[in-house]
Design a protein around this ligand. Structure first.
Ligand code: IMP
Ligand code: MG
Length: 195
């Protein structure tokens, strides 16, 4: 299969460069999948992906989970066409699955302030799942509210705007196989959970 992974990307008039390579991302996702497999044996978890951004990550993650599991999606409003959060969370699509008594794993592409994931945790809890865990591929730690509960984190990164592997800039760039940043920022460190 051919993947879209250029050295530089031009998106909405700005130049982006590679921040996390396809190999780094795939290795991290594989480890997260193995960890979830160990933690959820016999539990038949249901993954709830947050659209649109998490669909690429969740598609890869789920294929590294080698126990029976299910999937559903919900959708939140995005950043719009800006690079900073609007501070407003609006739900655009609800889940269809019945999650009462189920082991739920909420899957995000990226957590920044934590506003979106906290909103979803509170919402899903009201359906009385047997357990509720959170997974995010990327965690921008600097602006995250202290009460945000993240159980599995792929990479911890500074407050940089990132693009690719499901993440967009004004709806573009989701099909990039790697993660890119504006072409003027430093390199990342792997999150503990991905080691
Ligand atoms: P939070 O509510 O501030 O934690 O923001 C989380 C949501 O904002 C994520 O689900 C993404 O959709 C979006 N987001 C945050 N940072 C970025 C980024 O760097 N690139 C693209 N989308 C982002
Ligand atoms: Mg998102």
């Amino acid at each position: 299969m051919d993947h879209y992974k250029p050295e530089y990307v031009h998106c909405n008039g700005e130049q982006f460069r590679i921040y996390l390579t396809q190999e780094e991302i795939q290795e991290c996702v594989r480890k997260l999948g193995q960890k979830i497999t160990r933690d959820y044996a016999e539990k038949r978890p249901i993954f709830i992906g947050v659209l649109n951004g998490a669909f690429v990550f969740l598609a890869d993650l789920m294929r590294h989970v080698t126990i029976p599991c299910e999937i559903d999606f919900l959708k939140l409003s995005s950043y719009g066409d800006e690079k900073v959060s609007s501070g407003q969370v609006t739900e655009l699509k609800e889940i269809d699955a019945e999650i009462e008594g189920r082991h739920v794993i909420l899957v995000e592409d990226i957590v920044d302030t934590g506003l979106s994931i906290n909103f979803l945790i509170e919402k899903l809890k009201r359906s009385n799942p047997a357990s509720l865990a959170t997974v995010t591929l990327l965690h921008k730690t600097e602006k995250t509210r202290h009460d945000v509960k993240l159980d599995y984190v792929g990479f911890r990164i500074p407050s940089l705007f990132v693009l690719g592997y499901g993440l967009d800039f004004a709806q573009e760039g989701r099909n990039l196989a790697q993660i890119y940043i504006l072409d003027k920022n430093p390199k990342p460190a792997a999150g503990e959970d991905a080691k």
